[in-house]
Ligand binder design. Structure first.
Ligand code: ADP
Ligand code: MG
Length: 176
């Protein structure tokens, strides 16, 4: 399968350096873990969100792997912690954040551990949609049926913004 993964950083790392260097190192780590890198966006720098101090560096990559979603999520969490991220710090400073945005298998939901694909905030995050439009513009959001390119255009023009996406029909249902 193919996955679209978002990488974000807004903290220095003692070895890897500045956020954009951390993003580069994280991309290399994904490849070193055996994931096929089928596409890499440019790295953008965006203003801090929430109470963070430092700007974020963001990018997306397309990976090809046989790993199912929860196994890939576990791998991403391991890489995050190896890069020094402490848990329980959403919206705060972090060395590395790795999110699964989309995959070739359609909509997916798990409660334990929590995993929702498409990522619930992907439609409103310009720092995801911009880089994603570079390499995955024709990928389709299974919930809204819009392409990444269309979602990115709507995000750049807020007056044309999509109505809140409908909740998936199986929202909250546990998968075996
Ligand atoms: P955020 O990425 O929103 O800043 P975290 O990285 O701390 O916050 O994520 C918190 C939890 O979100 C993760 O432990 C993970 O189980 C869950 N999660 C749900 N959906 C996804 C997804 N699509 N990609 C990554 N994590 C997800
Ligand atoms: Mg995350």
């Amino acid at each position: 399968m193919h996955y679209l993964i978002a990488l974000g950083s807004n903290q220095r790392h003692p070895r890897f350096g500045l956020p954009r260097d951390i993003i580069g190192a994280a991309g290399q780590r994904l490849a070193a873990e055996g994931l096929g890198i089928a596409g890499t966006s440019g790295i953008i720098t965006s203003r801090p969100v929430g109470p963070s101090q430092r700007s974020y560096a963001n990018a997306v990559v397309i990976v090809e792997t046989i790993l199912p979603p929860l196994v890939l999520l576990a791998l991403l969490k391991r890489i995050e912690s190896e890069f020094g991220r402490r848990t329980g710090q959403a919206w705060s400073r972090r060395v590395l954040d790795l999110d699964i945005i989309l995959w070739s298998g359609g909509a997916y939901a798990s409660d334990t551990p929590a995993l929702t694909i498409p990522h619930p905030l992907m439609r409103e995050r310009g720092f995801v949609l911009g880089p994603a439009a570079e390499i995955a513009g024709d990928w389709r959001d299974p919930l809204s049926s819009l392409t990444i390119a269309q979602l990115a255009a709507r995000n750049r023009h807020p007056r044309k913004r999509l109505e809140k996406a409908p909740k998936p029909l199986d929202h909250g249902r546990k998968r075996p």
